[in-house]
Design a protein around this ligand. Structure first.
Ligand code: SAM
Length: 236
């Protein structure tokens, strides 16, 4: 018997009362990734009763289908991130950023929920991914000092659901992205996401490319398109 037999790892112990965790395996680019996230996604989503619940909702403790779409897209074309400075916004449990780091990107993962970044760290460790930087950062007050840019690539999966935050995201794109840089977003085709893409396309400074893909994921199976705005350049 090992000395640790029967011990609950500290992270699981911390989350156990309110948000029991489970491990799921997803295969991206032929590699199996084990991801720790909230176990009962429906129960967590069903716990939202009031606007205040919604404001505090720990979205980042779930793995969303868009994360799988974006991670798959990166694995299909590693040059998008290889050797690049990569900023992930709203990283949650961290799959796209982990895949980007494993493909040779130099990734900074950010979120405003400390618990989400804790799970992103756990997921990096258990998948043998080193070197990711983690920064607690709110889009509404994004401290570029703590997340020194510019970045060649900005990643975001399922980050467009709150219309009131679109302006903040746009400001981060404008300030943190290097000239000619690439923003890679995945969204489950919510109206809010389409509005965001539409508004970007109407500006002179962005070129958009849209793709659609079907994602197989036990928690949901939806079309989750990837959207590729790029400033001042030809689309991928
Ligand atoms: C729907 S979840 C997506 C999580 C992860 N990207 C995925 O696809 O699995 C949205 C993420 O955005 C983060 N987020 C929401 N509002 C934010 C804000 N104002 N500043 C920073 N992160 C925010 C949440 O904490 C959460 O991790």
């Amino acid at each position: 018997l090992s000395a640790n037999a029967g011990r609950v790892p500290p992270t699981r112990r911390r989350f156990a009362g309110q948000h029991p965790l489970t491990d799921r395996t997803v295969t991206i680019g032929g590699r199996a990734w084990t991801l720790t996230a909230v176990e009962d996604q429906d129960a967590l989503i069903g716990s939202v009763r009031t606007d205040a619940d919604l404001e505090q909702f720990p979205y980042g403790l779930l793995l969303w289908a868009s994360a799988i779409a974006l991670a798959e897209r990166l694995a299909e074309e590693p040059r998008l991130v290889a050797g690049k400075r990569v900023l992930e916004l709203g990283a949650g449990v961290g799959l796209p950023g982990l895949v980007a780091q494993s493909l040779g990107g130099r990734v900074t993962q950010t979120d405003y929920q400390n618990d989400a970044l804790t799970l992103a760290r756990v997921n990096a460790r258990q998948n043998g991914v080193d070197g990711v930087r983690y920064v607690l950062a709110d889009w509404r007050d994004f401290n570029t000092g703590a997340t020194p840019g510019p970045f060649d690539v900005i990643l975001g999966s399922d980050v467009l659901y709150e219309r009131g935050l679109h302006g903040a995201l746009r400001r981060i794109f404008d300030t943190a992205l290097a000239p000619g840089g690439l923003v890679l977003l995945a969204d489950p085709l919510r109206p809010q996401g389409i509005e965001f893409a539409d508004a970007l396309e109407r500006t002179e400074s962005w070129v958009l490319a849209l793709e659609s893909r079907r994602v197989r994921w036990e928690a949901s199976q939806r079309d989750s398109p990837c959207c590729f705005p790029q400033r001042g350049g030809i689309c991928q």
